[in-house]
Write a protein that binds this ligand. Sequence first.
Ligand code: NAD
Length: 352
Amino acid sequence: MSKKILITGGAGFIGSHVVRLFVTKYPDYQIVNLDKLTYAGNLANLTDIENAPNYTFVKGDITDASFLDQLFREHNFDGVIHLAAESHVDRSITDPMAFVLTNVVGTVNLLNAAKNSWKADFSGKRFYHVSTDEVYGSLHNPEDFFLETTSYDPQSPYSASKAASDHFVRAYGNTYKLPIVLSNCSNNYGPNHFPEKLIPLMIHNIQTNKPLPVYGKGENVRDWLYVIDHARAIDTIYHNGKTGETYNIGGFNEWKNIDLVHLLCGIMDRKLGRAEGTSAQLITYVTDRAGHDLRYAIDAHKLMNELGWQPSLQFEEGLEKTVDWFLANQEWLENVTSGAYQKYYDSMYENR
Ligand code: NAD
């Protein structure tokens, strides 16, 4: 059945994979990608589908409530998949208010726009909020996993803002019966990843022979999922998830940061034809991030058992694919790191 879906944050890392999946897999859907094109948004992530007849890009800011009301009036959306966010923990430590505005106020604006537009006629409608496992805080017992029922205990301004937005989404489901669904996913990696994040940063620095900064002793543990598997999970949950429910998404794939960096160094030595152990010499331990959570680990059994989703790639295979993508897309990396795309799109859209 034909649907019109608003995807927010579709020019970002995960959003671009979600937009591509929906545009290509559902040619009878109309997909509208709303993105502010901050430093993290990049339309070069979507050049292969930008002319697809079922795809439209709209530049806009979710903190602008009247703009959103107008957009919903124009388009009469059936569904919203909300990914737009400020997403980098380190930036949230230096500028928490930007995270409150986009992640909390922006999400409430979107909820209001959907509520006003749907006017309590919710048949066939869905508001999907894409969130993070960081809302659950840090695990200390190695046998523990985050379940959908785990209490929230956010530790950084980023995770606090995502936790607040999750609470607002659930509150709109409870109070106004808005047909909501949420997911909380572990760390993603893969093509289009902005090079301030661990894996692309390390790939870039190894390639350019720069130090590889590892926080503290590198003991922090993260659960990693290939971004395309996250996009597939979002597709599954959007279509088959139960209204009002939350689904955890993860790969059962825990790595200590230092072990992950060594694994990457080995892959990069091989790809760049360097002697084994060359890249690892670049590892440099730096002062730990303030309030750094020790371990995140997701239990994704609910999603697997109830909706039949499975990750498609083993970690080593996904990491190889990711390294290959970054090595083959040097121009993308150069433009992102030099800010060239940001300047280009700022000038392109400044008069609209
Ligand atoms: P990203 O930073 O790569 O992309 C965010 C996108 O949102 C960008 O394109 C940016 O331009 C856009 N945006 C930011 N502020 C906006 C605003 N005010 N109005 C409109 N657009 C705006 O982030 P990502 O890593 O792709 O994460 C996407 C979502 O998934 C986020 O909600 C994040 O919390 C969640 N998430 C991320 C991960 C991860 O590992 N990256 C894991 C779990 C959940």
